[in-house]
Design a protein around this ligand. Structure first.
Ligand code: NAP
Length: 297
């Protein structure tokens, strides 16, 4: 028989997982609660299963509970759920935070539930798109063995790839995902702003960048950063970098701090390539570190 699943917090991640699990018959979605009833209803509509409820009192018991609120609300929601005394010894309770651990669910653990966290390394920006692209995503899991034994096959049923992680390592693991995923978005926005300052329209700039960005990601992660790095810093072109700093200063000063910080990171990679001369790399480092003129900030 299918295990029953109740959901608290009906946002992007919950909608995606609920629909995928319903499609694969991994769980029978039972009830869904969210801060706003409308969100719970939208989650059930999107999943094609389950019943939206408006208060915690309306929950029935379930084998598995997913707390998919924002991270800041997980501990409080766990306390509220524990106070309902609905979660039975042996039930599974989990959340999907990248930084919090199963320990955030302590009040439910005290009630006898088995707890875990399973963080999908996937950007759930648009649940309709995530339905198509989730397969193959890695998920970092930690928690009680009894909980993982039940949850991991459910994640595998929707083609997730599981990596186990130490609870204490989660903040650094998550910082790595934030840099690669969230900061990549910010980095691309900065790049588009620089193209805009060069009078290249956003849409055209995005088209121009798409192949080279894909290519660079493939080279850096499929090979190594040292293999992937090209450009003025890798070549030791001090004058080019000086010109770019001056032009950014004049036309897009909001990008200067980012250019300098990532430039220094790039010098460190270039040093490991052994292509540019030590002198050029030292000059680049000095140039990028040089105190900006007063009006740069
Ligand atoms: N988004 C991602 O790419 C991603 C990736 C990996 C992991 N995660 C993790 O997945 C979890 C959910 O993230 P998300 O992106 O799905 O967030 P989200 O889209 O903001 O959805 C969170 C949902 O919880 C509801 N909510 C807020 N406070 C609540 C409370 N106290 N009680 C009940 N419901 C509450 C929200 O409000 P309303 O009811 O008002 O709509 C919303 O529907 C987080 O732990 C996050 O770290 C997210």
């Amino acid at each position: 028989m299918q295990a029953t699943l109740n959901i608290l917090g009906a946002g992007k991640l919950a909608r995606t997982l609920a629909r995928l699990w319903h499609q694969q018959r991994s769980f029978a979605l039972q009830q869904c609660y969210s801060r706003r009833y409308q969100s719970a209803r939208q989650c059930c509509d999107f999943a094609g299963a389950g019943r939206a409820i408006s208060t915690l009192d309306d929950f029935d018991t379930a084998d598995v509970w997913l707390l998919a609120t924002p991270d800041r609300a997980i501990a409080e929601t766990a306390q509220q759920l524990a106070a309902q005394r609905l979660v039975r010894p042996g039930d599974i309770v989990f959340h999907c935070s990248g930084v919090q651990t199963a320990q955030s669910l302590q009040p439910l653990q005290s009630a006898g539930a088995h707890t875990a966290s399973v963080h999908p390394l996937h950007s759930f920006a648009d649940p309709a798109a995530s339905i198509r692209s989730f397969a193959g995503s890695y998920c970092a899991a930690e928690g009680q063995a009894a909980a993982l034994q039940r949850l991991l096959p459910a994640f595998e049923s929707i083609d997730a790839r599981i990596v186990t992680i130490e609870a204490s390592a989660k903040p650094l693991y998550h910082a790595g995902s934030v840099i690669a995923c969230n900061y990549l978005v910010a980095l691309l926005e900065a790049s588009l702003q620089s193209f805009a300052a060069a009078q290249i329209p956003r849409r055209m700039a995005a088209q121009m960048l798409l192949p080279i960005v894909h290519n660079t990601v493939d080279n850096a992660l499929g090979g190594s950063p040292e293999q992937a790095l090209t450009g003025p810093i890798a070549r030791g072109d001090v004058d080019t970098v000086a010109t770019q700093l001056a032009q950014l200063q004049a036309a897009a000063p909001q990008l200067l701090a980012l250019y300098r910080t990532l430039g220094l990171q790039t010098v460190a990679i270039a040093a490991r390539q052994n292509a540019a001369s030590d002198t050029a790399l030292r000059q680049l480092e000095a140039l990028l570190k040089k105190d900006p003129p007063a009006d740069e900030n």
